[in-house]
Design a protein around this ligand. Structure first.
Ligand code: XBP
Ligand code: MG
Length: 232
């Protein structure tokens, strides 16, 4: 029976990519004096690579004409980017996606555990949760699996496997909520039934392995509907 919901963050809890991550990357690039920035289309393409440091490395590999950066430089630019992202979250400008808060509350009413499995940096998750749901929000999650805690990011299954281990639950008792094909592959790799809420960046990807594909968790998906879970 269903015991826990495991949420992705970027694209699932909130539309963080275009107006927050991308903008923070560009601020960090400018600050470092780099001669490039990411427009919406370019950034959308590079969402194929999960993880900010990995995304920048992949972009440079595919643009040999640009100045190449050491791993240490990438790590330092990425630290700056995280700082800008957290500032944006603290300013409270980014809302949760429709239906997310209602589902979190319904999960609490049903005594389900909540967890997070994300590629993004822990500080980003914490600042998003606090700015949208209040200072105590991170404590509502039994486990927050994030960023470099596993060595292989999504689409590898590692982060979901890690979270299941922390929850000490079998995959069959949990439901993953994702927005992308990379995330779906990761969750399915760990054996999880997965609900997709697609975004402008992920619409049209292959979601054939999903339990359900929704536009969002709002009107069309009542908590009861979602909470039917893997047995549905
Ligand atoms: C999210 C990501 C993240 C963010 C940036 O993927 O790919 O890399 O874009 O985060 P998912 P960092 O939603 O599948 O977890 O820059 O902190 O790595
Ligand atoms: Mg995502």
């Amino acid at each position: 029976s269903l015991r826990a919901l495991i949420f992705d963050v970027d694209g699932t809890l909130a539309d963080t990519e275009r107006d927050a991550h991308r903008v923070a990357f560009n601020q960090a690039f400018a600050e470092a004096g780099l001669p490039f920035s990411w427009d919406v289309a370019t950034y959308g393409d590079y969402l194929k690579v999960t993880g900010g440091k990995e995304r920048l490395r992949a972009f440079l590999n595919e643009h040999p004409e640009l100045p190449q950066l050491s791993d240490a430089d990438i790590a330092s630019i990425h630290r700056q980017k995280t700082g800008y992202y957290v500032e944006m979250m603290n300013a409270g400008l980014l809302p949760l996606r429709p239906g997310v808060e209602r589902l979190l509350n319904a999960a609490r009413d049903h005594d389900l555990l909540l967890a997070i499995a994300t590629t993004t940096t822990p500080a980003n998750v914490e600042s998003l949760l606090k700015s949208t749901l209040g200072a105590e929000a991170p404590q509502r999650f039994h486990t927050i699996g994030a960023g470099d805690i596993v060595s292989h990011k999504k689409p590898a299954a590692d982060i979901y496997t890690y979270v299941l281990g922390q929850l000490a639950l079998p995959a069959a008792d949990c439901l993953a909520i994702e927005d992308s094909a990379n995330g779906l592959q990761s969750a399915r790799g760990a054996g999880l039934a997965t609900i997709i809420t697609q975004t402008e960046h992920t619409e049209g990807q292959d979601f054939s392995a999903a339990l359900r594909v929704l536009d969002h968790l709002g009107e069309t998906a009542s908590p009861a509907h979602i909470l039917q879970g893997p047995a549905a």
